[in-house]
Design a protein around this ligand. Structure first.
Ligand SMILES: O=C(O)CCC(=O)C(=O)O
Ligand SMILES: [Fe+2]
Length: 458
């Protein structure tokens, strides 16, 4: 950017006075820097004018950069004039002071650049986000009709519901969270040794994933770890795109980690299949519809541990998110979270403005959401809902378990979800092809980590 003007103002905050240099850029933007070289955030009060400058820090491309906040100078030309003349001829200041009432009037219309920014944000997005109320399905409830009715209503309404009484003890859940934290606490050099491979197994660093390129300035502020179905390298099944051996941190580094994660993967798969049976009933299908070999016979079932770093504050108005808006790809996702709030859903992705609601964490329970393959199977009768993670600087841990069908499974409109007046909305697609495309669209190219892995393995 080209620097056009420079001006100094004195901020008087009652206790001390400090000089602030404002750099005007192409008469449109400005950057305020204090005497000590610090960038100045927030409104600066000056004896000569109510508010002058704002600067914003944003994170871009993984490193810290500063971005200028654009101020429309056309709204307050008088103030600019004051700054301009003060800088060049101190005597003219008295003439300029006469203009202050006009300047103040201009400001009373536009109380501050920041406020207008906020108003603009407000017009795009509701600033106060409420919590949604989700149906809760108990897997131990003997009244299956009740469970089916609750689940069906949730699938039609939000595509999200809670599942409790699933048979995984709280003690074991706590153990899995604690082991997950141990992994993310490792030095980055250690974690990079287990960088995600072409089978999507292993570590995904911060910013690796970009879920919502239209609204995000860079990737998600989260790191993750993928654990899939364990298939030895010499097994013919390992040729399939989503099957193969997992990567495991060595026992010396985190003892017991592999055993805990393998057990959790198995337990979560059992719960997910239980939920799939209720979904089948809700779609007027036999309860074991998804259990058939060509469906969930050899599922692609992926556990993803997630860690949202502390001190990374999300800001939708600036395109900064813990996880960008997306819908999941498969049949269903079982999400276990710690008690840090952050998950938001948008029930109607086409609404303008979009309305986002928080989903409250539920200790010991799963938040379950439907994926895009189920939306395709059900011809959009069941909803695969947009969701994202917005954080206020607290660290957060979650574990997503994605249930997708067998590689060769053909995802096509279910017989109970089409009619003459409601023909299939999507062409049939194989699970593996669909999934490969979705992963490719959202994850960084592995070649971009070449230098990192070289350094880590040195
Ligand atoms: O961490 C969360 O709460 C959500 C994660 C998520 O949506 C995902 O991994 O697909
Ligand atoms: Fe998700």
């Amino acid at each position: 950017m080209k620097l056009n003007k420079k001006a100094q103002i004195t901020q008087d905050n009652g206790e001390k006075k400090e000089k602030i240099t404002c750099n005007f850029l192409q008469n449109k933007s400005f950057l305020a820097i204090r005497e000590d070289g610090e960038r100045c955030d927030g409104p600066v009060k000056s004896k000569r004018g109510p508010e002058l400058c704002l600067a914003e820090k944003v994170m871009r491309g993984g490193g810290e950069h500063s971005e200028l906040l654009t101020a429309t100078w056309s709204h307050f030309p008088f103030l600019f004039f004051i700054l301009h003349v003060v800088n060049h001829d101190q005597i003219v200041i008295f003439k300029a002071i006469l203009l202050i009432p006009f300047a103040c009037r201009a400001f009373s219309h536009h109380s501050s650049v920041r406020e207008r920014e906020r108003e603009r944000e407000g017009a795009m997005e509701k600033p106060e986000i409420s919590s949604t109320v989700l149906n809760c399905i108990s897997l131990s409830d003997p009244d299956i009709h009740k469970s089916v009715a609750l689940l069906k209503q949730a699938c039609l309404d939000s595509g999200f519901f809670y599942v409790v009484d699933h048979g995984i003890s709280q003690e074991f859940m706590d153990e899995v969270f604690s082991q997950s934290k141990k992994f993310f606490d490792l030095p980055i050099k250690e974690k990079m040794k287990m960088l995600r491979n072409e089978k999507n197994r292993g570590y995904t660093p911060i910013l690796d994933e970009l879920l919502d390129p239209d609204n995000q300035v860079h990737g998600d502020y989260k790191e993750g770890y993928y654990i899939g179905v364990e298939v030895p390298q010499d097994d013919p099944q390992a040729n399939k795109p989503f099957y193969g051996p997992n990567q495991w941190p060595s026992e010396d580094i985190i003892p017991g980690w592999q055993k805990v994660m393998k057990r959790y993967h198995k337990e979560a798969l059992r719960v997910a299949k239980d939920v799939a049976r209720i979904i089948a009933l809700a779609l007027d299908l036999p309860s074991d519809f998804f259990d058939r070999p060509e469906m969930l016979g050899e599922p692609i079932a992926t556990l993803r541990l997630l860690h949202y770093e502390a001190a990374r504050v999300s800001d939708p108005s600036k395109g900064l998110y813990g996880a960008g808006a997306h819908s999941d790809y498969g049949l269903i996702t079982l999400l276990a979270t710690d008690n840090v709030v952050g998950l938001q859903i948008c029930k109607d992705r086409n609404a303008v403005p979009q309305v986002w609601e928080y989903v409250a964490p539920l200790k010991g329970g799963f938040i379950v959401n439907l994926g895009d393959m189920l939306e395709r199977w059900s011809n959009c009768i069941f909803r695969s809902t947009l969701h994202r993670v917005v954080l206020d600087g607290k660290a957060r841990y979650s574990m997503a378990f994605f249930l997708e069908p067998s590689h060769e499974c053909i995802v096509e409109c279910l017989p109970t979800c089409m009619s003459e007046s409601n023909p299939p909305k999507f062409p049939p697609v194989t699970c593996a092809a669909y999934l490969s495309q979705r992963y490719m669209d959202t994850h960084a190219d592995l070649s971009s980590y070449k230098n990192h892995t070289k350094v880590s393995s040195d």
